[in-house]
Design a protein around this ligand. Sequence first.
Ligand SMILES: Nc1ncnc2c1ncn2[C@@H]1O[C@H](COP(=O)(O)OP(=O)(O)O)[C@@H](O)[C@H]1O
Ligand SMILES: NC(=O)OP(=O)(O)O
Length: 311
Amino acid sequence: MRVVVALGGNAMLQRGEKPDADVQLANIRKAVKSLAPLAEQHEIVVTHGNGPQVGVLALQSAADKSLTIPYPFDVLGAETQGMIGYWLLQSLQNALPGRQVCALINQTLVSAADPAFDNPTKFVGTVYTEAEAKQVAEERGWVVKQDGQYWRRVVPSPRPRRVIETRLIRQLLASGAIAVCAGGGGVPVMRNELGQLVGVEAVVDKDLTASLLAEALEADALLLLTDVQRVMRNFGQSNAEEIRNATPAQLREEDFPAGSMGPKVDAVCHFVEMTGDMAAIGSLEQATEILAGKAGTIVTPSGQYPERGLL
Ligand SMILES: Nc1ncnc2c1ncn2[C@@H]1O[C@H](COP(=O)(O)OP(=O)(O)O)[C@@H](O)[C@H]1O
Ligand SMILES: NC(=O)OP(=O)(O)O
């Protein structure tokens, strides 16, 4: 099977954790422990989030007095692909000696007409209390929004339209390599009037890019791994319940927050609707169990899994 796996940025650096390198590397090693058995049996493409990390780099850049203008978000996104890509590359190589692993810097095409530029929803950086968030927003000209019990900075997150390097990723997979790519949803780019690629101030949702990429690579399964074991109905309320299996239509009937579970649900539903294959949302530490249908929220056309003798 060909499996596209997306690792959550918040899962690699959990809310409230110090953004130190060793903390993130330890989380990534835990995730890779669960990915390694999957990679031994299947062709895998690994993509990752960058919300917390890109926010840290934005703060560092804004604090650097030697710069005339802080680095724009496309540049910061590429930096996070290098940093997280390096951690994943090393952890995967250590866990799977003899396997070729490649981490790519790559770009995702977005549209200048995307309404997301007028309504920022992508959470980046650390968490604040409401009062802190409103103060920092005033001081720095940020937009901030509520993220669960916390507040965070938000930036525009236009819909991914194409992963520019798709053909190259296909070639890497055909050569037997594990491809780490489309990190942070891919560096957002547009084409100018001359057809040239130019960077865009935004952060693309990595789950939507993972879904697009999985479809383009004709993957058999899409796994979105994060810091919760399953998608919940009535999340955060006393009547919350886990969703174990669903069809896209059943999931689309529920309401999920933009900027966290909303895009994940959209991404898995879209993949299943377009391909008829399996997609799932679950814990970073349960990749193998999720693919076996024993953990996570599994989405298939019939709501059953395994189906069509996939495994
Ligand atoms: N209905 C829901 N079920 C489960 N988690 C939810 C739900 N709604 C919101 N969430 C939140 O979504 C978070 C995962 O989304 P996000 O933080 O964007 O993940 P990541 O950065 O790991 O991709 C969970 O930690 C949880 O707080
Ligand atoms: N770019 C992105 O979607 O990052 P997170 O998964 O960290 O939100």
